[in-house]
Write a protein that binds this ligand. Structure first.
Ligand code: UD1
Ligand code: CA
Length: 454
């Protein structure tokens, strides 16, 4: 019989040391709010209920976490972790309550599963860790038989207790039926004048409840964020873990210390990523894709064998198999490139489809365009898609050659296999198969004299 689980996430702290108007738990780690990491991990436990205890910045927090089927409990005054937990108790039904912290983002699912397994059968489980220096944390006090008797907070420690290396991570699995009674017994006659959740341990021991302890595999699983220094440190730890996962799965990284993943990277085999690339949202890299140095990719799909040269910016775009992009290219939302397309330096593509084998290699803007296959666009070409009020489409049919430095004033269609002359401003449809020239005729004035100094 598996027991019914509640999760309570304590997130009422203001986060004074962040020096920010944003509540602490909404600060981002790997592109996602701290508390969202905790929620996402907790979801893996299939809890019957997930309650966030909030205080400071309640409206911001509820907006940021809207639509996730969460319970919210307001802790109007921050009177301690025990008091915070008590605010959620009226919403709890079930056997086990797992208490997590909104500012401890990297605890792994398997660690929480181990804690829950250890607390089965009505035990109280505590996630503890052994640190060389446990300064600042609550200490786990055990009796001569090695059984946990209570937790003592740093500020209430005797020198002997301060020497204890086993610390309280704060994460606990508690028998739900006991909570209301125990919490009503908490007192705040301690150094901080707070109602401590840690005092639940002594009450459980008094009531004959067995205490089980579990350690996380990694110290960083219990590390919290109180300031931006700690946030930056955890970000690096997390990025190193994500880089390790990619390497282990066969992705080549020029340097695992120089990659940032703020979302998920899905990949085929033999993908290679050079230094300083940033991945946001959902990025899919097909087999053999190569990403050059200093690229930014957000919500993009890149098919097999495509190469993204250095310094490219790609967002909400699709790149077909074997395509070559950059260096210095920008694919904006709605850029959909088929196979074998070449987009070269200083080319911007927006809301346009480009069919197989077409090339836009230099200094161009292609917006709101439907481009056929086998097209070549000369350097410095602009689709003038906007009259200042409305946007219009440009259609360039198969195997067209656009000369250098053209302006294609939309709405306009360039027929299949048409050629446009260099320097043309094309304002009317260009017929298929013909050369269209739209520029002033060149004249030379034979007897012209250069001006002379008067
Ligand atoms: C707490 C533990 C300590 C443990 C440490 C681990 C207690 C009394 N102490 O100490 O044993 O080693 O965490 O990091 O529990 N919070 C509220 N409302 C409050 C107070 C706190 O929601 O009234 C939230 C905070 O936002 C935070 C968490 O609870 O997410 C921990 O609170 P904090 O004040 O940082 O506890 P510590 O003193 O670090
Ligand atoms: Ca803390």
């Amino acid at each position: 019989m598996s027991s019914v689980l509640n999760v309570v996430i304590l997130a009422a702290g203001k986060g004074t040391r962040m020096y920010s108007s944003l509540p602490k738990v909404l600060h981002s780690l790997a592109g996602k709010p701290l508390v969202q990491h905790v929620i996402d991990t907790a979801r893996g436990l299939n809890p019957a209920q997930l309650v966030v205890v909030y205080g400071f910045g309640g409206e911001q927090l509820q907006n940021a976490l809207a639509g996730q089927n969460l319970g919210f409990a307001l802790q109007a005054e921050q009177l301690g972790t025990g008091h915070a937990l008590a605010q959620a108790v009226p919403q709890l039904q079930g056997d086990v309550t797992l208490m997590l912290y909104g500012d401890v983002p990297l605890t792994r699912l398997q660690t929480l599963q181990q804690l829950l397994a250890a607390s089965q059968g009505g035990k109280l489980g505590i996630l503890t860790d052994i640190l060389d220096d446990a300064t600042g944390y609550g200490r786990i006090v055990r009796n001569g038989a090695g059984q946990v008797t209570h937790i003592v907070e740093q500020k209430d420690c005797t020198p002997d207790e301060a020497a204890i290396k086993e610390m309280n991570t704060g994460i606990m699995a508690l028998p739900t039926v006991k909570l209301a009674g125990w919490l009503s017994e908490l007192k705040n006659d301690n150094a901080q004048g707070e109602y401590y959740a840690t005092d639940l341990i002594a009450l459980a021991v008094r009531d004959g409840i067995e205490i089980a302890t579990v350690h996380p595999a990694m110290h960083w699983e219990a590390e919290g964020v109180n300031n931006k220094l700690q946030l930056a440190a955890l970000e690096r730890i997390h990025q190193q873990e994500l880089a390790k996962q990619l390497l282990t799965a066969g992705v080549g990284l020029a340097d695992p210390e120089r990659i940032d993943i703020r979302g998920e990277v899905l990949h085929g085999q033999d993908v290679y990523i050079d230094v300083n690339c940033v991945f946001e949202g959902r990025v899919e890299l097909g087999q053999g894709v190569r990403i050059g140095a200093n690229c930014y990719l957000k919500n993009v799909t890149i098919a097999a064998g495509a190469v993204i040269h250095p310094f490219c910016h790609l967002e909400e775009a699709t790149v077909g198999a074997g395509s070559l992009i950059g260096p210095y290219a920008r694919l904006r939302p709605g850029a959909e490139l088929a196979a074998e397309v070449h987009i070269g330096n200083f080319v911007e593509v927006k809301k346009s489809t480009i069919a197989q084998g077409s090339k836009v290699n230099h200094l161009s803007y292609i917006g709101d365009t439907t481009m056929g296959a086998g097209v070549n666009v000369g350097a410095g070409t602009i689709t003038a898609n906007y009259d200042g009020v409305n946007k219009f489409r440009t259609v360039i049919e198969d195997e067209v050659r656009i000369g250098s430095n053209n302006v294609l004033v939309a709405p306009i269609t360039i027929g299949a296999q048409a050629t446009t002359a260099a320097g043309s401003v094309i304002t009317k449809d260009a017929p298929a198969g013909q050369l269209t020239v739209a520029r002033a005729k060149q004249v030379s004035i034979a007897n012209w004299q250069r001006p002379t100094k008067k």
